[in-house]
Design a protein around this ligand. Sequence first.
Ligand code: GAR
Length: 209
Amino acid sequence: MSAVNIAVLVSGGGTNLQALLDSQRVGTLKSGRITLVVSNNADAYALRRAEAAGVAAKAIVRAVFPSQEAFEDALLDALDEAGAELVILAGFLSILSRRFTERYPRRILNIHPSLIPSFCGKGFYGLRVHEAALAYGVKVTGATVHFVNEVPDGGEILLQKAVDVLPGDTPETLQRRVMEQAEWILLPQAAELVSQNIMKEKETNDRSS
Ligand code: GAR
C-alpha cells in the first residue's frame, strides 16, 4: 500500500516543515510522503525549503482573493489536485473556517508552541505565545500537536511535550528551546502516527470492499 499523501501548509521560516522533510529523508516518517507545500505568504522561506527538497511548492495569498471563502476554496482545490489525505499546519498562521476543517475531519494536524489549554486560541501565535508565557511567569511550557477543528487550537490533543522556562529567558530563547526540545520532535512523530492509522484504515476498507 502506498504512503499517505501529505500536504503541509506554512506561513514563515518553515523549521517545522524542515523537521518533517528531514524525518522523511532519514526514514522515521515512512508511512506518509510530503507531496505539496502551500504558503499563504509568497515570501516564506519555507517555500525555498520545499523546493530544495524537491517537493512541489506554491503560494496562495489571502489578499489576492475577495473573501476568506474564496481563499479557502483555492487552498482546497490545491489539496484536491495533489490528492492530499493528511494536511499538516506547520506554522500556518491563518485561522481556517469550519467549512474548511469539516472537509478533513481528524485529517488536519497543527503544532502549537505551548501546552494547550495554556496560551492558545485567537491571537496566540509564534513569538506572542512565548511572550505571554514569560509575562505570566510559568516555569514550564512546551508544545502540542492536535487535530484541527473549527475552534482555534481547540481540537483533540494528540501529543504534548513539556519544556522548562529558564531564568533570563527572552521570548526568542524560549521559542528556540521549545522548537528544539519539543516541536521538531513531536510533529514528525505525530505525522508518522496519523499516517500509520490512515494506512490501517485504508487496508481495512480495501479488505471489506
Ligand atoms: C512555530 O513555533 C509554530 O509552533 C508556531 O509558529 C512557529 C512557526 O515556525 N505556530 C503557531 O503559533 C500556531 N498557532 P516555523 O515556520 O519555523 O515552523
